[in-house]
Ligand binder design. Structure first.
Ligand code: SF4
Length: 351
């Protein structure tokens, strides 16, 4: 198949996938030329494009099916590529992880200011302070953090494997106390889920007045979940309906939900429950738009406008500019990157 044909096929696939999301389908028609130019550059420059689940559908679909997903899946894919340029459609800490795994490659992000409320609040010194306060306890750091914090950690984790990594760290170090950094709400949720294992999880805010949370997920409340159940006829543990919540939501939201997990685990839940007809996702709103393309038979309750302002900084226009000029390159200090890589690899090695 020649290059123009590959491009046309890709455009047709995108158009077809977007038919289930009427707004984006219209956007696609309006931005077809822009998308075509981006796809052309991706082909010409042999770019590996990774797309996080929270990207708007038009950006999300620029990545191949195997290159879309959550932080864990994308970190794994980033470690596998031999392409010279990686374009990371996500926020900066994710692109940093890709750079740490691929120091020789050029890693681009459409907006270097695409941050994260979890990654901003603490410096590496705070991790050192926790180590001193809880001697012997290994530090597991959520991937939503910058490289200097990862460099001070024993393991990284994502929302897909946080439970497993904390458990593994406790066993490996022969201790029953693990420091989890920096998400206070996910730390509390892990503590709840790990209590039967006899593991104490220390996280910012548990025994001090520090706090870090995702500015999107912290806004969900248990009352919102109850209202949605009532308004949309979604009783708990029903066969045809389900509320799925992300790990970064407050503990009382997880208690109200039918299932909690990472974004990829939410997708897997839908796959494993083919009788579902109506679903509410307590997570960033683009996730529902992206899953709607995959599951046309499910009605996704879209009663929120909780979008991540950082993820929304990644637009088609900025992607084009970044690719055309090969600018907005992510850089990580090599000494820090080397130490951070140890924590990332220790996570990737846990099966
Ligand atoms: S959704 Fe939350 S955790 Fe994800 S990038 Fe935005 S602020 Fe950070």
């Amino acid at each position: 198949m020649n290059a123009p044909q590959v491009l046309q096929n890709k455009l047709e696939q995108m158009e077809k996938a977007l038919r289930n999301t009427p707004d984006q389908h219209l956007d696609f028609k309006a931005k077809r030329d822009l998308i075509e130019r981006i796809l052309q550059l991706i082909e010409e420059k042999d770019v590996f494009v990774l797309g996080h689940n929270y990207m708007e559908p038009l950006v999300y679909l620029l990545s191949g099916e195997q290159e879309r997903g959550d932080s864990l899946g994308l970190a794994q894919r980033a470690a596998e590529t031999d392409k010279p340029i990686i374009l990371f459609d996500g926020v900066r800490f994710m692109a940093e992880t890709a750079k740490i795994l691929n120091p020789e490659k050029k890693v681009l992000i459409a907006d270097l200011e695409a941050g994260c409320s979890l990654a901003e609040p603490f410096s590496a010194d705070v991790v050192k302070e926790y180590r001193e306060r809880y001697p012997g306890a290994p530090v597991v750091t959520y991937v939503n953090s910058y490289a200097d914090i990862k460099a001070e950690s024993d393991y990284c984790c994502t929302s897909a494997n946080g439970y497993k990594v904390v458990l593994h760290a406790a066993k490996e170090y022969g201790v029953d106390r693990v420091i989890f950094f920096p998400d206070s709400l996910m730390g509390a949720n892990l503590q709840y889920d790990l209590k039967d294992e006899g593991i104490e999880v220390i996280y910012p805010g548990k025994e001090d007045d520090r706090f870090a949370a995702c500015e999107v997920h912290e806004k969900f409340t248990a009352q919102m979940m109850r209202d949605i159940r009532e308004q949309y006829d979604m009783p708990k543990n029903a066969e045809h309906t389900a509320i799925l919540a992300h790990w970064e939501c407050p503990p009382e939201v997880l208690e109200e939900a039918d299932f909690h997990g990472s974004t990829t685990q939410m997708g897997k839940y839908l796959e494993d429950h083919p009788k579902l007809q109506r679903v509410y996702l307590a997570t960033e709103c683009e996730m529902a738009a992206n899953l709607a393309m995959e599951y046309p038979g499910i009605e996704f309750v879209r009663s929120c406008s909780l979008f991540c302002q950082h993820m929304r900084k990644i637009t088609l226009e900025k992607i084009l500019y970044s690719l055309e000029n090969e600018v907005y390159e992510v850089d990580v200090d090599p000494t820090i990157a080397k130490r951070a890589l140890v924590a990332i690899n220790r996570m990737l090695e846990i099966k």
